[in-house]
Design a protein around this ligand. Structure first.
Ligand code: HEC
Length: 159
């Protein structure tokens, strides 16, 4: 049999197959779910430098790398953690435990993380791990009574 008679049908099969999208694996679907949850839950607003200012117009490679903008009030000053670096040091179960038990200073809404179900917490974890570690650690939190360097947001407590 001539080579061409074998190659031509083979080429057709390759062309047909390359036009089809392979079905999503379970892992890809979980990562996609994690991306969706991060998009709608607002984590980027604080944990990604400039995200809020740019109306969310920020390349995905920068997402969740933390922010140098301080959150300042009578309790002191906090900085939204680089979650890409944090997650690279946690395994999945440690993250679930952390999300269920952690308590931070304002404005992080720690009380909301514990309402996220296990499957969604795991999807968030897998997505952030899929993004991989990137960026630098954020500045260390400052105690009460210390004026932080610019830029910072002053949000006095209402009593
Ligand atoms: C309104 C701003 C804001 C939003 C929105 C926000 N965070 Fe935070 N987050 C912070 C700040 C600021 C800190 C640091 C708090 C501190 O130092 O006490 C923090 C801390 C954390 C920490 C603890 C890190 C550590 O090392 O202890 C985790 C985990 C975290 N955020 C996850 C998330 C996730 C996941 C979301 C989205 C569901 C989210 N955050 C949304 C501002 C925010």
């Amino acid at each position: 049999m001539r080579l061409a008679t074998l190659l031509i049908p083979a080429l057709f099969i390759i062309l047909i197959l390359s036009g089809c999208t392979p079905p999503q694996t379970e892992d890809q679907a979980t990562i996609e779910r994690g991306r969706y949850l991060i998009k709608i839950s607002g984590c980027n607003d604080c944990h990604t430098e400039g995200f809020l200012d740019e109306g969310g117009n920020m390349p995905e490679k920068n997402w969740l790398t933390g922010s140098k903008r301080g959150w300042h009030n009578e309790q002191g000053t906090t900085y939204a953690t680089n979650l890409r670096l944090l997650f690279s040091q946690l395994d999945e179960n440690q993250w679930v435990t952390m999300a269920r038990t952690m308590k931070t200073k304002a404005p992080m809404m720690w009380y909301r993380l514990r309402e996220i179900n296990d499957a969604d917490l795991r999807a968030i974890y897998r997505y952030v791990r899929w993004l991989g570690p990137a960026g630098q650690p954020v500045p260390t939190a400052l105690p009460a009574g210390v004026t932080p360097p610019e830029p910072y947001i002053y949000f006095p407590t209402i009593h």
